[in-house]
Ligand binder design. Structure first.
Ligand code: CA
Ligand code: CA
Length: 284
C-alpha cells in the first residue's frame, strides 16, 4: 500500500511529483525501496512504502471499533399472511337524525264525565233598596246633565248679549209656565225687555232666527190688565204692544209673546212655542 503525503501548489509541481513516483518504481507498483523525500521549491514531500519495508517496528495496538455503519436498503416485500381471527364487537353508534313528521292520527273516543265541583259559598243579603235609590238619583242627575249639555250646546250655537245680559232663544216648544221653569233652573229668567234697546235686540234676534213668535217674561196673571215682568216689576216706562193689543175679550190671554216685528201681544198661557231666556252677567 502506498501512502503519499503531498502538497500540490502549481502545475510545475505535478511534474516533480511524477518524477518522484517514477523514481520510487514503475507507475502503479512501487518496489521495496523504502522512503523517498523530495523538496520542491519550499514544499517537502514524503513517499512511503510500508508494504515492502523490511525494517518495520512492532505491531501497534488494536484500534478502537469503527463507527456504526449506515442503515441498509429496504428489503423486498414478504408473502401475504394468513387471515386473522374475528375481532370483538364494536361500541354502539350515535343516535340517527329525526325522521319527518307523520300524518295526523284518528280522533280518540270521548272520555268519561268528570267529578262534580264543590258547593259554592252562601250569598249575602243585598241592600237593594238603597242601591236602587242611588241608581235612581244617578239616572236623574245624568238626565239633567244631558239637558244642560244640550242647552249649552244650543247656547254656543247662537246667543245675543248686551253689557249686562245674555239672551238665548230656546228652540223647544213649551207653554208659558214650562218656559219660566226652563229658564229659572238654568239660572236665568224669561227675557224681560225693559227698554227699547233690549227690545230691538230681541226683535232682531227673533226675526233673524226665522221665528214668528216667542214667549217673553211679561204677564197679567195676578191681576187682569195689570202687566208685570216675571221679576214682579211693573211695566213703567216701556212697552211695545202691537196695535190693538193687549186685547183680552174673554179673559184668557194673560201671557205675552213677542212677534218677529218686535211688537207684543197678549196670548193664552197654555199655548206652546219657543221662548227667550235672559241671563245676567256676573259683575267682575
Ligand atoms: Ca189678560
Ligand atoms: Ca191678544
Amino acid at each position: 500500500m502506498i501512502i503519499a503525503l503531498v502538497w500540490v501548489t502549481d502545475h510545475s509541481f505535478h511534474k516533480e511529483l511524477a518524477l518522484l513516483l517514477y523514481r520510487g518504481g514503475s507507475s502503479g507498483h512501487i518496489p521495496r525501496l523504502q522512503r523517498y523525500s523530495k523538496k520542491v521549491n519550499s514544499h517537502s514531500f514524503l513517499l512511503l512504502n510500508r508494504e515492502h519495508e523490511n525494517d518495520h517496528g512492532d505491531d501497534g495496538e488494536k484500534g478502537d471499533p469503527g463507527e456504526e455503519g449506515k442503515l441498509g436498503k429496504v428489503g423486498r416485500m414478504g408473502p401475504k399472511g394468513v387471515k386473522g381471527e374475528l375481532g370483538d364487537v364494536g361500541d354502539q353508534g350515535n343516535i340517527g337524525k329525526t325522521g319527518p313528521i307523520g300524518k295526523k292520527g284518528d280522533k280518540g273516543e270521548k272520555g268519561l264525565p268528570g267529578i262534580p265541583g264543590g258547593k259554592g259559598k252562601a250569598g249575602t243579603v243585598c241592600d237593594c233598596g238603597r242601591y236602587r235609590k242611588v241608581v235612581g238619583q244617578l239616572d236623574i242627575s245624568v238626565a239633567r246633565l244631558k239637558t244642560s249639555m244640550k242647552f249649552v250646546k244650543n247656547v254656543i250655537a247662537g246667543i245675543r248679549e248686551t253689557e249686562e245680559k245674555f239672551y238665548y232663544i230656546v228652540q223647544e216648544e213649551k207653554n208659558y209656565r214650562e218656559s219660566l221653569t226652563h229658564c229659572r233652573i238654568r239660572g236665568g229668567m224669561l227675557a224681560m225687555p225693559k227698554d227699547e234697546a233690549a227690545n230691538t235686540l230681541l226683535a232682531d234676534y227673533v226675526s233673524k232666527s226665522g221665528f214668528f213668535r216667542v214667549f217673553i217674561g211679561v204677564n197679567d196673571l195676578e191681576r187682569e190688565g195689570q202687566y208685570v215682568f216675571t221679576d214682579n216689576t211693573p211695566l213703567q216706562n216701556y212697552s211695545n204692544w202691537k196695535e190693538g193689543e193687549p186685547s183680552d175679550p174673554y179673559g184668557h190671554e194673560d201671557c205675552v209673546e213677542m212677534l218677529s216685528s218686535g211688537r207684543w201681544n197678549d196670548t193664552e198661557c197654555h199655548l206652546t212655542m219657543y221662548f227667550v231666556c235672559e241671563f245676567i252677567k256676573k259683575k267682575k
